[in-house]
Design a protein around this ligand. Structure first.
Ligand code: GRF
Length: 193
């Protein structure tokens, strides 16, 4: 499968997916990084890995439809099969959804439907829950609302901080995301064409 990874941040999940491909744990070709922030560290990772990137600034476009149309054009040129969101901080709009229905996947740092949206880790700490986790789901028009593909939980210790919980969650994500993608790409090959 040809994939494009969308990442707005440091890109540790982007890197985990790249590494899984390099070590043959994930059968995919990462054809493109899409990033909406010029200063994101994920861009440097892509350069180092010789993966092309499309970096854009949303404010320079009149609408979401306009920048998504540009993204879509690139996805089509590269014959992208799946869009993998890894810390992409924008809601996917109808332009991309229509063309990639059932083929856009996201990872979220909570046990959805709990704590959707921004700062899920902070939300979980504030709510003083004993357990949180990671969810991987198909993307629909809502904010972290699509059908769940996989979840893994993590227990919070009494003196848990944003940093410590973040670290635990990242550790899970970096293993779980490549595994789940591999399962998806190899088991549903025919249905997902
Ligand atoms: C991850 O925790 C992911 O669940 C969330 O954004 C974070 C991205 O982290 N959607 P990184 O940029 O991959 O390190």
């Amino acid at each position: 499968k040809n994939i494009a990874i969308f990442a707005s941040g440091t890109g540790t999940n982007f890197q985990a997916i790249v590494d899984a491909v390099k070590t043959d744990k994930l059968s995919a070709v990462i054809k493109l990084l899409v990033c909406d922030r010029q200063d994101a560290y994920s861009i440097e990772r892509a350069i180092k890995e010789k993966i092309p990137s499309f970096v854009f600034t949303a404010k320079e476009y009149a609408s979401k439809e306009e920048y998504e149309t540009e993204i879509l054009q690139r996805l089509k040129e590269l014959e992208i099969d799946y869009v993998v969101l890894a810390g992409y901080m924008r809601l996917i709009g109808p332009t991309l959804l229509k063309n990639y229905e059932g083929r856009i996947i996201n990872i979220h740092p909570s046990l959805l439907p709990a704590f959707p949206g921004k700062d899920a880790i902070g939300q979980a700490l504030k709510a003083k829950v004993k357990e949180s986790g990671v969810s991987i789901h198909f993307v629909d028009e809502g904010m972290d609302t699509g059908p769940i593909i996989a979840q893994q939980s993590v227990s919070l210790s009494e003196n848990e901080t944003i940093e410590s919980l973040q670290a635990k969650i990242h550790e899970i994500e970096h293993k779980l995301y490549p595994q789940v993608l591999q399962r998806l790409f190899t088991t549903s090959q025919e249905d997902n064409k």
